[in-house]
Design a protein around this ligand. Structure first.
Ligand SMILES: Cc1cc2nc3c(=O)[nH]c(=O)nc-3n(C[C@H](O)[C@H](O)[C@H](O)COP(=O)(O)O)c2cc1C
Length: 199
């Protein structure tokens, strides 16, 4: 087991379950311990979008020995306290409900509580917000998060690399989010812009 401080991954009920799936797979491949929280809505979206229950995915990831799952209602979990050492937190995908609660500093579930703790401890917090179109209230809330130093990594396709599958786009966004969190030093070589020569 790695001695590195774990990363907290919060999965909320926005569309984009595949993004969480890919982030978790990448963290496991990096050998990074994960403290995992999925909201009740995240589990509903997971079944819809991944075609299998959350528990099944969890069982597969748990074979790595790197996963600690938490009940989203357990405000007494280790990670609910700033005294518990973690590297930072990623919320992927992040619903507009969770964005609004973060903007207000409202913490009535474990995802929100850990996000609150992450900020008070000065640790990195990255969100991958997903909704379209975005309303003024969504944009105002996201601005408030950005102004507090929370990194916003929306799931925008890397069109300039001409992806041909959804999986390529998902992998790119997952890699971007992990670089923003500071657990992956840089993007994979084939995900980096190679530059263009101008005539
Ligand atoms: C299939 C499905 C897809 C959803 N997609 C989104 C979405 O993309 N963005 C969003 O903000 N909410 C979305 N929602 C609504 C959220 O799940 C809902 O607002 C929920 O209360 C969010 O709670 P949570 O942030 O605690 O998970 C979706 C719900 C379902 C059932």
């Amino acid at each position: 087991m790695s001695k590195r401080a774990p990363v907290v991954v919060g999965v909320s009920g926005a569309s984009g379950a595949a993004l969480a799936d890919r982030v978790i797979a990448r963290l496991i491949a990096l050998g990074h311990p994960i403290e995992l929280i999925a909201t009740p809505s995240a589990r509903i979206v997971w079944r819809q979008e991944m075609g299998r229950p959350w528990a099944e995915a969890l069982a597969a990831w748990s074979e790595s020995g790197l996963i600690t799952e938490h009940n989203p209602n357990n405000q007494a979990a280790t990670i609910a306290s700033g005294s518990y050492p973690v590297h930072g937190m990623l919320i992927v995908p992040c619903s507009m409900g969770t964005v609004a609660a973060l903007a207000a500093g409202f913490a009535n579930n474990l995802v929100l509580r850990v996000a609150d703790v992450t900020q008070k401890e000065g640790r990195r917090l990255v969100v991958v917000p997903r909704e379209t179109p975005l309303s003024t209230i969504h944009l105002e809330n996201l601005l408030r998060l950005s102004q507090r130093g929370i990194r916003i990594v929306p799931p925008m396709p890397n069109f300039y690399q001409r992806p041909t599958t959804v999986a390529e786009v998902v992998d790119f966004v997952a890699a971007r989010a992990l670089v923003a969190l500071g657990v992956a030093g840089e993007l994979d070589a084939d995900q980096q812009w190679a530059g263009l020569e101008l005539d």
